[in-house]
Design a binder for this molecule. Structure first.
Ligand SMILES: Nc1ncnc2c1ncn2[C@@H]1O[C@H](COP(=O)(O)OP(=O)(O)OP(=O)(O)O)[C@@H](O)[C@H]1O
Ligand SMILES: [Mg+2]
Length: 454
């Protein structure tokens, strides 16, 4: 199954005799071997050249294997990395596997086992490539919305999505601007039984009240100046399918009352008409406003809020799910290099670091725009911090933008640090406590004291 071109393997170990032993064995098997003395050198080589596989020691002077593995996976997520470890650091090996290493070997190495694993990995990869091209062909024909995310909050969201999409339940999508509300709405429809029926969208914030009502419910001929013909509204157009009411928090109370009636009775009249029209429409609504607050302030009907939020889906802002950032960045990099015919292989570790640290007030949309712009502006085959926009380059404040300038109280800074560390660890209490150097109990107490949401 192996192709004729010589596979390139990078050996990373600070023990020269160990490297030599591996090299002799691997060269024998027909692989082309490259060597690095430590993690730093390995990262440099990966940035410059393409390797089919990396075999790396964990314990090395300077940059160790775990740190190098993280950077290499950021640079080139699909490259298989095998880890070598001394018996005593099996725990680290498990960490390496979690970070995406494909396998680990305990020293002293069993050369036959290592060679066998390498052959198996290459065979498996070729099979995977074949499967992928097949899948990609299928995907082009039946495009399903690609929502990227591996953080706990996004994985939970996928579960809710999988359960609720095939039902007829009304779904309310909440989240800041640019968090992916429309993407989710599309996914819900595409994964429902109504996917072959109409999917109609309307932005409730884009139109003044009277025009919005005629858009939603249609109008009879002569209903108002300019209504020269009878016209069907979006509810009618969506009959049998799904209607996506975007920016629902921006509707007037009178329009809200009319929507409530359609939701409750499934009926309405066209503007200027008295014939009652019945429809069967599944509703998905979205808003970037805090709807509960709008209800409290009397701007949004409580009964409509309850009716809409049968299945509420909240998209957390990107700064609260930093784990997703490298993944999304890679995704957009691929999309925009292909679209613009550019050959950019990845991000340097420094660039990814800057991207992850930035606060992303415009969420995924801002990230997408930044990557697109960077792809167009970049003259090199790796994206480095210099190519990133000015605002990002200067995001090198303390971790995650925590502002430790004089004039702030220790409590304020402590609260922010806890919030940011939680965001970085996907709300993992144990890991957060570890990073902050405090006990879990102390962390719990502080979370309670500061009223931090987890
Ligand atoms: N999880 C994700 N995976 C891949 N792409 C995403 C994801 N989330 C958002 N995007 C992309 O980011 C952009 C903004 O998303 P979208 O338009 O759905 O946001 P929104 O929440 O509706 O924003 P607004 O409130 O401003 O209307 C889109 O191009 C979308 O495809
Ligand atoms: Mg939107």
């Amino acid at each position: 199954m192996t192709s004729n071109k010589k596979k390139k393997i990078l050996l990373v170990d600070d023990d020269q005799s160990h490297r030599l032993m591996l090299k002799v064995n691997m060269t024998d098997k027909g692989y082309e071997i490259f060597e690095a003395e430590d993690g730093d050198e390995a990262i440099e080589l990966v940035m410059k050249d393409f390797f089919d596989l990396i075999i790396m020691d964990i314990k090395m002077k300077n940059v160790d294997g775990i740190t190098a593995l993280k950077h290499i996976k950021d640079l080139s997520p699909s490259i298989p990395v095998m880890i070598m470890t001394a018996h005593s650091s099996v725990k680290t090996a498990v960490e390496a596997l979690k970070l995406g290493a494909t396998e680990y070997f305990v020293k002293p190495l069993d050369m036959d086992a290592v060679c066998h694993s390498v052959v198996k990995t290459f065979d498996y990869l070729e099979l995977q490539t074949e499967n992928k091209t097949l899948k990609e062909r299928l995907k082009k024909e039946f495009e399903i919305s690609s929502i990227i995310g591996k953080s706990k909050s996004m994985r939970d969201l996928f579960e809710v999505l999988a359960l609720s999409a095939p039902s007829d339940a009304t779904i309310l999508i909440l989240g800041e601007s640019g968090t992916g509300k429309e993407l989710i709405a599309n996914a819900v429809h595409n994964n429902s039984y109504k996917k072959d029926k109409p999917f109609v969208k309307i932005n409730c914030a884009a139109l003044p009240e009277n025009l919005l009502e005629s858009e939603l419910f249609g109008h009879e001929k002569g209903a108002f100046t300019g209504a020269v013909t009878k016209r069907q509204g979006r509810f009618e157009l969506a009959d049998g399918g799904t209607l996506f009411l975007d920016e629902i928090g921006d509707m007037t109370l009178s329009t809200q009352a009319k929507i409530l009636r359609v939701l409750q009775e499934g009926e309405f009249e066209r503007v200027g008409g008295d014939k009652t029209i019945k429809v069967d429409v599944r509703i998905i609504a979205a808003t970037n406003k805090d709807l509960e607050l709008e209800v409290d302030e009397g701007n949004f009907r409580k009964d409509l809020f309850f009716r809409l939020s049968v299945v509420p889906i909240t998209l957390p802002p990107l700064r609260k799910r930093k784990q997703d950032i490298p993944l999304l960045a890679e995704h957009f990099l691929k999309r925009y290099t292909e679209k613009n015919n550019r050959l950019i292989r990845g991000f340097t570790p420094e660039a990814i670091d800057k991207i992850v640290r930035y606060d992303w007030p415009g969420n995924v949309r801002e990230l997408e725009n930044v990557i697109e712009r960077t792809v167009i502006m970049s003259r090199e085959n790796m994206i480095n911090p210099e190519t990133l926009p000015f605002s990002l380059k200067n995001s090198a404040k303390a971790d995650n933008g925590t502002d430790v300038m004089p004039g702030r109280s220790i409590k304020e800074v402590e609260k922010e640090l806890i919030i940011n560390t939680l965001a970085n660890t996907d709300n993992n209490i144990t890991h957060t406590a570890e990073l902050l150097g405090i006990s879990r109990r102390t962390l719990y107490n502080k979370i309670k004291e500061y009223g931090i949401e987890v």
